[in-house]
Write a new protein. Sequence first.
Length: 288
Amino acid sequence: MPAGPRASVLFVTDLAYQARGRRYCDEDIQLTARLREEFDVALCHPRDAAALLDGFDTVVIRNSGPVLHYQEAYDAFRARARELGTRVYNPLHGRGDMAGKQYLVDLSRAGHPVIPTVDRAADLGALPEAPEYVVKPKLGADSAGLRFVREAALPAGEDGTMLVQPRIDFRYEVSFYFIDHDFQYALYAPDPEQRWVLEPYAPDAADLAFARGFVEWNTLDHGIQRVDACRTARGELLLVELEDLNPYLSLDRVAGPVREAFVTRLKANTGDFVGGGSLGVVCQGLDR
């Protein structure tokens, strides 16, 4: 008996994007090769996604680069996805980076273990004293617009658009990777000056409880999330970012069996999503 038709996947990626310390294209070439084992897959640049949506069963957004580089095309994609009711993976109603970085302000205000963050001049006094502070755009990505200052301050007229944080003295950064709410692996950067020179990390129960807390806080029941944190000089973990739309996976940094298990889970997860998983139709941002 002949096999039935395979589901079709539009894989949105920018293979030419130059990310510091990472090769986006290599990761997505390998991932699409594996997805083709189960699905009919076509790759497209984020600028082309809106025009191609209605020809596919689902859209998988991966290493598509910061949306600020193609805002008009992104807005068209969002409108078209809403119009068609397109299934977008990850579903695009998350509260992390896909919606900008307001969540850092909200979580900080609520007392969660995050780097203290404010976005208004009236709240600067709530920040702890520090030798330096970080000022960066709320909708930035890849450190665009980031600068270090001696005193906590916001530029005139920038209330609500910029973030201010103390510059944290940390031992290392660590990332926890999840599919749905299931932990997959962790990686860390032993040298704070080389963020993307990563090594496998064995989290303890407290580490996983920390990471799961933010995954549970988010509203995504389906898809990939990466919880980025830093280990302070005092030994505590603080959230740096919650990447919930197109997190780079650093699959080249994990052992073969771990990578195989992740990809196998991703294929099954995508199949479940195409077959009736959560519906995501509104795009809040692509790698803010």
